[in-house]
Design a protein around this ligand. Structure first.
Ligand code: HEM
Length: 147
């Protein structure tokens, strides 16, 4: 499935897919670790802030199509990063270059998601600190929160 069709098939998933990328990048970098399953439900996706993530099946479908065309070339991490960019652009959001070549993470720990993702009750000081820890400015915080 070409990513250009995604926002047509699932327009309500553009925001959630960008959110998934954000939740992935804040924990161990943009390594796709949010996509990993744990048989004992202790992976990042099992942490409370990630229980409401949506769009995993879209990532799986695009990755399956990529594997069919060019097996073993595009990582899950790159797949998520590119999908998030493409769906955002398709719904009239900004465009940004995505450098490829990310290696997939093999470690995914629920508690790390809890520690690294900003909680819903965080005040502006806490949000600024959380974003600064990831190298993001106050402007980044404002712009990303407004998307
Ligand atoms: C600044 C810190 C942020 C906090 C504290 C925060 C917190 C939250 C919370 C509590 C929800 C509701 C989840 C639920 O349904 O229970 C939510 C939803 C959402 N957030 Fe954030 N968020 C932040 C930043 C971001 C950023 C940077 C993005 C993307 C650029 C984003 C995209 C979204 C989207 C699209 C939803 C709706 C998800 C859906 O409908 O499935 N958020 N966020």
């Amino acid at each position: 499935m070409a990513t250009s069709k995604l926002s047509i098939l699932a327009p309500s998933l553009a925001g959630p897919l960008l959110r998934m990328h954000f939740h992935d990048c804040f924990v161990r970098g943009c390594d796709g670790s949010v996509l990993l399953d744990s048989p004992t439900r202790q992976a990042e996706k099992d942490a409370i802030p990630n229980l409401t993530l949506r769009g995993f099946q879209i990532i799986d479908k695009v990755k399956a199509a990529l594997e069919k065309e060019c097996p073993g070339v595009v990582s899950c991490a790159d797949t998520l990063a590119i999908i998030a960019r493409d769906v955002t652009y398709e719904v009239m959001g900004p465009f940004w270059e995505v450098e490829t070549g990310r290696r997939d993470g093999k470690v995914s720990i629920a508690n790390e998601a809890l520690i690294n993702l900003p909680p819903p009750f965080a005040n502006i000081s806490a949000l600024k600190t959380t974003f600064a820890l990831k190298g993001l400015s106050v402007k980044d915080l404002v712009v990303l929160s407004g998307i």
